[in-house]
Ligand binder design. Structure first.
Ligand SMILES: CC(C)(COP(=O)(O)OP(=O)(O)OC[C@H]1O[C@@H](n2cnc3c(N)ncnc32)[C@H](O)[C@@H]1OP(=O)(O)O)[C@@H](O)C(=O)NCCC(=O)NCCS
Length: 161
């Protein structure tokens, strides 16, 4: 069945929350709504038939697209859903106004690290980003080759935990 990527709407929230509930640090419904009310924060969903099987939340920042969340329903993993969502997001990097895409993940998030590396993003280790437990992060970057050097720190997690 075809996979369709579209904007997230309010009606998608129960399915999105159900996928997010399986993640390590799930967001509450209020956290989703608060972010999605911000002008520069956007949600996407991946739909197979009428089922939401994955989603992403991202922010348009000056010069960069910062991916805050990207997740696929466990029963739909390893079938190209994450790839299709990320390809959609990469298509928004235009080399001009938005020169790169960034995503920060915990160093120990093995699936995320393997996925982002397989998708061709470049990883930079950032020290002491997370707490509970204390942990380093990988900043994964895609886009302008100078982005790593010029934009050190850009797109860092909104809250340093
Ligand atoms: C990470 C995640 C989004 C990947 O989504 P997905 O739909 O399963 O990924 P895809 O099927 O598009 O995988 C694309 C490629 O990434 C790599 N990859 C994805 N998941 C992987 C894993 N668990 N182990 C190793 N490689 C993996 C593979 O090379 C894969 O290609 P292949 O299946 O042809 O070998 C999904 O596992 C997930 O939701 N994890 C929990 C949330 C999370 O970690 N979010 C942060 C993501 S950046």
């Amino acid at each position: 069945m075809n996979l369709h990527i579209r904007w997230m709407i309010r009606r998608d929230l129960p399915a999105v929350l159900a996928i997010d509930a399986g993640l390590r640090e799930p967001w509450t419904e209020d956290e989703f709504l608060r972010r999605l009310r911000e002008r520069n924060c956007i949600g996407l969903v991946a739909e197979r038939g009428d089922e939401v099987v994955g989603f992403a939340i991202y922010r348009l920042r000056p010069g960069c697209l910062q991916v805050n969340r990207l997740a696929v329903h466990p029963e739909h993993r390893r079938r190209g859903v994450g790839r299709k969502i990320l390809e959609k997001l990469r298509g928004k990097v235009d080399g001009d106004r938005r020169r790169f895409l960034s995503m920060w993940v915990r160093e120990s998030d093995a699936d995320a690290v393997r996925f982002l590396a397989a998708m061709g993003l470049r990883a930079r280790l950032e020290r002491d980003i997370y707490s509970d437990p204390d942990e380093d992060a990988y900043a994964f970057l895609w886009g302008h080759p100078e982005a790593d050097r010029v934009q050190a720190g850009a797109g860092a997690p909104e809250v340093r935990r």
